[in-house]
Design a protein around this ligand. Structure first.
Ligand code: AMP
Ligand code: ZN
Ligand code: FE
Ligand code: FE
Length: 289
């Protein structure tokens, strides 16, 4: 069985590995391919296609957009889009700027609350990419200002926390639309984690193309309702680990994967949208999804 992990992160968002090390690990684990889905950034794809080709790993474009529905955080995965798409790059650049402003505000508020943390320190500690609350929590722990990431979120960073600053305010439908504009397919990420449950039916009415039914530690019984939904809606089914770091060893790269028939479909679409990337693309038949 060819395993393809369509949900993992690098240090360009909140993962700990570089693109090269992530791809090396994928090879060591015997994966057939993968999609890197960093939060709100395409930075990994500056090097990923060349490095993946060298390792003979099949790679398709991916992103995980931090969207919101009624103030609840919803993650939208995008796959197989054009890696050069201007609007998508502009969107990522705007989000990075918003993240920076938000991080500055969080640092200021933490300092006022007796946890001295400067935005400068944060930028030095995490020089790469898409920085957010997980990085802030990590630095608070490293500085000995708080016991654990969990406590950092509970007391300060979550939307009930003392230092909460609202998110990036990207609507779910806006995220889906942008992925479509770039020629990609939009997939509802880790649906079993969505809370409150009552918003799920509304989300499922949105113009998604697929759902992430397979995820680390989900059982077949847990996947079943999402598989049934996908079949009803004629959606694609994806799967991935949501791997972030080898230190988090309970979430291993490749522990969940995308069914090969859906990966083939995504790969065809990826090659159509990125013809400059592959010398084989001319022979790929048209994808009619
Ligand atoms: P941000 O993109 O900066 O808003 O951070 C969102 C990320 O923070 C999510 O993707 C989670 O990884 C993490 N996160 C959110 N809430 C919690 C929580 N209560 N405990 C630990 N991590 C959390
Ligand atoms: Zn993440
Ligand atoms: Fe996510
Ligand atoms: Fe993720």
């Amino acid at each position: 069985m060819q395993r393809v992990d369509c949900h993992c992160h690098t240090h360009h968002s909140d993962g700990s590995l570089s693109v090269a090390d992530l791809l090396k690990l994928a090879k060591e684990k015997g994966l057939h391919g993968l999609s890197i889905t960093d939060h709100d950034t395409l930075a990994a794809y500056q090097t990923a296609p060349t490095l993946a080709a060298e390792l003979e790993l099949e790679l398709i474009s991916g992103i995980e957009i931090s969207a919101e529905y009624q103030k609840y955080s919803i993650h939208v995965l995008g796959f197989a889009f054009d890696l050069q798409h201007t609007a998508l790059h502009e969107f990522c650049a705007t989000l990075q700027l918003k993240r920076q402003q938000r991080n500055e505000a969080i640092c200021q508020r933490l300092t006022e609350c007796g946890l001295p943390l400067s935005f400068h320190e944060l930028s030095i500690r995490f020089p790469e990419g898409s920085i957010g609350r997980p990085h802030i929590a990590k630095l608070l722990v490293e500085k000995g200002l708080i016991k654990s990431t969990r406590q950092a979120f509970e007391r300060y960073l979550s939307n009930q926390g003392r230092c909460y600053i609202p998110g990036l305010e990207v609507g779910v439908e806006h995220a889906i639309d942008l992925i479509h504009q770039a020629g990609g397919l939009a997939v509802l990420a880790h649906p079993h984690l969505i809370r409150p449950l009552r918003i799920i039916p509304t989300l499922c009415e949105m113009p998604f193309d697929g759902i992430e039914a397979y995820y680390s530690h989900t059982t077949l019984a847990q996947a079943k309702p999402w598989l049934d939904l996908a079949s009803k809606k004629n959606w694609i089914i994806t799967g991935g680990s949501d791997f972030h770091s080898p230190q988090k060893n309970y979430i291993a790269l490749g522990c969940a994967f995308t069914p090969p028939e859906y990966f083939t479909l995504l790969q065809k679409r990826f090659l159509q949208n990125n013809s400059a990337l592959s010398t084989f693309s001319a022979s790929v038949e048209t994808c009619h999804f």
